[in-house]
Design a protein around this ligand. Structure first.
Ligand SMILES: C[S@@+](CC[C@H](N)C(=O)[O-])C[C@H]1O[C@@H](n2cnc3c(N)ncnc32)[C@H](O)[C@@H]1O
Length: 206
């Protein structure tokens, strides 16, 4: 394939988001970013890659690790899915996210202002339901974080620390470059916990 035919970055996620009524609800959180299109498309990539797996299971919980001060990926999932969402980041701006949640009456959107290692024991005590995890440009060692959590599937999008942000444990369920992410760092992986019920379900279908 020559350079002209190469699939370059595209605005598909942005177009899809901006066509929806829900866009105006998300906008106050994303407008605060220096590069809102970048942030919107990074979070949407997590949704795009996890939603098919979430549809395979019943009610689920999504833990958004390293979600930044504005908990934007949790916000997107709260609006676009039926899952419970918990954003975990030591830098969460609690005043801001509480005010956004209350202004738009957002359900299934919670947060923990903490490092993931310090929140893991509490997260593991929550009611048993399938658990998905997002790491959207999170400055976190993905394999270490997952080792402390009860989880079924995870999505990671790597930026400046790909050695930590991409798994080195076995073959991912999916991986590649997501051309709809409007950032220079668009390598993603979808991981399935081999010990999870979801893994069994996917193996049966294969
Ligand atoms: C580059 S920012 C990404 C923020 C957000 N996901 C985004 O894409 O806008 C990396 C984030 O990882 C968070 N972080 C670093 N170490 C963490 C840890 N151990 N647990 C949870 N979050 C962590 C930082 O506080 C920071 O908000």
């Amino acid at each position: 394939m020559g350079p002209i035919d190469s699939p370059g970055p595209n605005g598909d996620y942005l177009d899809r988001l901006m066509r929806r009524q829900s866009f105006h609800v998300l906008w106050p959180l994303f407008a605060k970013a220096t590069k809102p299109a970048k942030e919107l498309t990074e979070s949407f990539s997590a949704l795009e890659h996890l939603r098919p797996l979430m549809k395979c299971v019943g009610p689920s919980r999504v833990i958004h690790v390293g979600d930044g001060a504005h908990a934007r990926t949790a916000a997107l999932f709260a609006i676009k899915t039926e899952a419970e969402n918990i954003s975990v980041d030591p830098l969460i701006n609690e005043v801001l996210v509480r005010s956004w949640r209350d202004e738009f009456s957002i359900l299934r959107f919670a947060w923990r202002k903490s490092r993931i290692g310090d929140a893991a024991a509490w997260l593991n005590t929550l009611s048993t339901r399938p658990v998905f995890v997002t790491f959207v440009h999170a400055h976190v060692h993905v394999d270490e974080a997952l080792a402390g959590l009860r989880w079924d599937a995870a999505f990671t999008l790597a930026c400046c620390l790909p050695g930590h942000q991409l798994t080195s444990k076995g073959a991912p369920h999916a991986q590649g470059e997501d051309a709809s992410v409007l950032s220079e760092d668009r390598t993603f992986q979808v991981l399935i916990n081999p010990a999870s019920a979801l893994a069994g379900q996917l193996n049966e279908r294969a």
